[in-house]
Design a protein around this ligand. Structure first.
Ligand code: GRG
Length: 297
C-alpha cells in the first residue's frame, strides 16, 4: 500500500466532515468567533490525528466512517492547542500553517475564545457521535474519558505547563520525556487508541495500538524538535529556530542532534514492533510510523 494516496484520500474525507460542522459563511451575532475557529481549522493542517483515529479503527477491522465525529473532534482539540500556543502570552508566534496566526487576524480575545470554542465543540461532537453507525455507548464513554485525559492536566496541559516553566533552565533528563509524552504524545496516542476502541478492537489489540501510539507520539515531538533545527520555514508554515531562541527543553538540546535522530528511529521501530500481531489492515499505521520521523512538515 502507498501512504501518499492513502493520506490524501483520508484528508479529503476528514475535510469534508469538518466542512459539515463549520458552514462556509457563519451567520448570527457570534459569527466572528465561528469565523476565527474555522480560519485556523481550514488553514491547511495535515489532519494527522483524525487519520490516525481512522487508521486505528480500520486496523482492528472497524469502519473509518463510524469514527469520523471523534476523528474531527481530535482535530478541533489539536487546532485549539495551536491557537492558544501561538498567543503572545505563550509562544507569541506570527505564522502557523503558512498563514498569520489566529490572534494576528482576529485579535487576542477572539483567538482565545476561538480556542475555547473548538475545545468545547469537540466534546459536543463526541457526545453526539452515538448517531454514527456501530458506535457502542460504553466504548464512546471510554473514548471521551481517554481524550479528556490526553487533553487535560495529565496530558497536553500538563506537558505545556512544564514546557513553559522549564524554558532556559537546567532540568533532569527525564523532564524532556515528561514534556514531550504529554504536550504532544498524549493526544496522538489517544487518537489512534480511540479508533481502535471504537472500531471494536479486543483488549489486547487496543493495548498494542496504545503502545504504538505512545511510541509514535513521542517520535512525533522528537521529529518536531529536529525540524525546528533542520527544517525549512516555508515548507513547515511556521518559524524555525524558535526552540534555541527560547532555550526550550528539547531532545537535541538535552541529548544532541545525532542521538535525537537515533531515538526517533528507535521509537518508530518500537511502534512498528507493537503491531506485529496485526495483519495487512495495520499497514497504514506501520507506514505512518515511518512518515512521522521522515516528514518535512
Ligand atoms: C494547550 C496551549 C496548549 C498547548 C498544548 C500541542 C501544544 C501544547 C502546543 C502546540 C504547539 C506546537 C508547535 C507543538 C509542537 C508539536 C505540534 C503539535 C506540532 C503541530 O502539529 P502538526 O504538525 O500540525 O500535526 P498540523 O498543522 O499539520 O496540524
Amino acid at each position: 500500500m502507498e501512504l501518499k494516496p492513502y493520506l490524501s484520500k483520508k484528508r479529503a474525507i476528514v475535510d469534508q466532515a469538518l466542512r459539515g460542522i463549520f458552514p462556509v459563511i457563519p451567520k448570527g451575532p457570534a459569527a466572528d468567533v465561528v469565523k476565527a475557529m474555522a480560519y485556523s481549522l481550514f488553514a491547511g493542517g495535515k489532519r494527522l490525528r483524525p487519520i490516525l483515529c481512522i487508521a486505528g479503527a480500520e486496523a482492528v477491522g472497524g469502519k473509518g466512517t463510524s469514527v469520523l465525529p471523534v476523528a474531527c473532534a481530535l482535530e478541533l482539540i489539536h487546532t485549539y492547542s495551536l491557537i492558544h500556543d501561538d498567543l503572545p502570552v505563550m509562544d507569541n508566534d506570527d505564522l502557523r500553517r503558512g498563514k498569520p496566526t489566529n490572534h494576528k487576524v482576529f485579535g487576542e480575545a477572539v483567538a482565545l475564545l476561538a480556542g475555547d470554542g473548538l475545545l468545547t465543540e469537540a466534546f459536543r461532537l463526541m457526545g453526539g457521535s452515538m448517531m454514527a453507525e456501530s458506535v457502542e455507548a460504553p466504548s464512546l464513554l471510554r473514548v471521551i474519558r481517554l481524550v479528556a485525559e490526553a487533553a487535560g492536566y495529565e496530558g497536553m496541559i500538563g506537558g505545556q505547563v512544564v514546557d513553559i516553566q522549564s524554558e532556559g533552565k537546567q532540568v533532569e533528563p527525564g523532564i524532556v520525556e515528561f514534556i514531550h509524552t504529554r504536550k504532544t504524545g498524549a493526544l496522538i496516542s489517544a487518537s489512534v487508541a480511540s479508533g481502535a476502541i471504537l472500531g471494536g478492537g479486543r483488549d489486547e489489540e487496543v493495548e498494542a495500538i496504545t503502545l504504538y501510539g505512545r511510541r509514535i507520539g513521542l517520535a512525533f515531538q522528537v521529529a518536531d524538535d529536529i525540524l525546528d533545527i533542520e527544517g525549512d520555514s516555508k515548507t513547515l508554515g511556521k518559524r524555525v529556530g524558535v526552540d534555541a531562541g527560547k532555550r526550550k527543553i528539547t531532545y537535541p538540546s538535552v541529548v544532541g542532534l545525532a542521538s535525537s535522530k537515533e531515538i526517533q528511529k528507535d521509537l518508530a521501530e518500537q511502534a512498528v514492533g507493537a503491531l506485529k500481531g496485526f495483519d495487512e489492515k495495520a499497514e497504514p499505521l506501520r507506514k505512518l510510523a515511518v512518515y512521522i520521523i521522515e516528514r518535512k512538515r
